[in-house]
Ligand binder design. Sequence first.
Ligand SMILES: Nc1ncnc2c1ncn2[C@@H]1O[C@H](COP(=O)(O)OP(=O)(O)OP(=O)(O)O)[C@@H](O)[C@H]1O
Ligand SMILES: [Mg+2]
Length: 258
Amino acid sequence: MPEPVLRVENLDVSFGHGSGRRRVLHEVTFDVPAGRTLGLVGESGSGKSTVAKAIVGLVRPHGGRILIDGEDSTLVRKGALQTLRRRIQLIPQDPYASLNPRMTVGEAIAEAIDPRRGRLREHRPRVEELLAKVALDPTAADRYPAAFSGGQRQRIAIARALAVEPELIIADEVTSALDCSVQAEVLGVLDGLRRDMGLTMLFISHDLAVVRHVSDEVAVMSQGRIVEHRTRDALFGAPEHPYTQLLLASVPKVGPAA
Ligand SMILES: Nc1ncnc2c1ncn2[C@@H]1O[C@H](COP(=O)(O)OP(=O)(O)OP(=O)(O)O)[C@@H](O)[C@H]1O
Ligand SMILES: [Mg+2]
């Protein structure tokens, strides 16, 4: 078996100090093999974003290991950590907050391609290629983020994440702020990337219908623990854990872009 791109082992995270200390993750363990998408689903507050933040180093775990291509990211030195982190790109929930309003979309993508001297002029062909991958017109490069809809901005954020050529993309609630038809547009783009580029992805959402659409495997979280982790078809076909059954029962029958 090849080494998984990402392995999370017995991850423990707590917040607060003294008597206010609260454990948020309990021995969270999973793998994401190359070219696959793992969906991480669970109720609000179950700890999904905390898992994502721990992986990219925004939250410090107090136990467990995070292995990126077999390397323990909690052990590497600071300088090397930046290189390691470039291999994993987190697409935030609100791309508007992460896109500089004073930079054109092309400049923002060029900067991701080459953080030191990312000039749009030099990187134009690659920028246009990335825009095409997320179904945006080449002229989008010359416009500012404010000129785009929510779904288009989310696709720009995906293009920017792809510019780094990451080994793994973590998408945290990328479609949650979008209405149904726009959700389908973004999911369609992610689906195409999975098919054409063999993208490896950790796809986080509280929305089971959305997770079902893009995932090969699904891990279900409840109160900081993974309670069930199976292939998508197995999980949706015959959920075993009572919590998964409850989640499934509450999904509306009409899914996005089925
Ligand atoms: N920086 C922090 N300090 C204290 N508590 C935090 C912090 N970040 C998250 N928490 C708590 O940790 C728990 C898990 O939060 P997390 O954001 O991981 O949930 P989530 O599953 O992503 O929820 P949602 O679906 O609403 O995004 C919550 O109870 C939250 O209040
Ligand atoms: Mg979250």
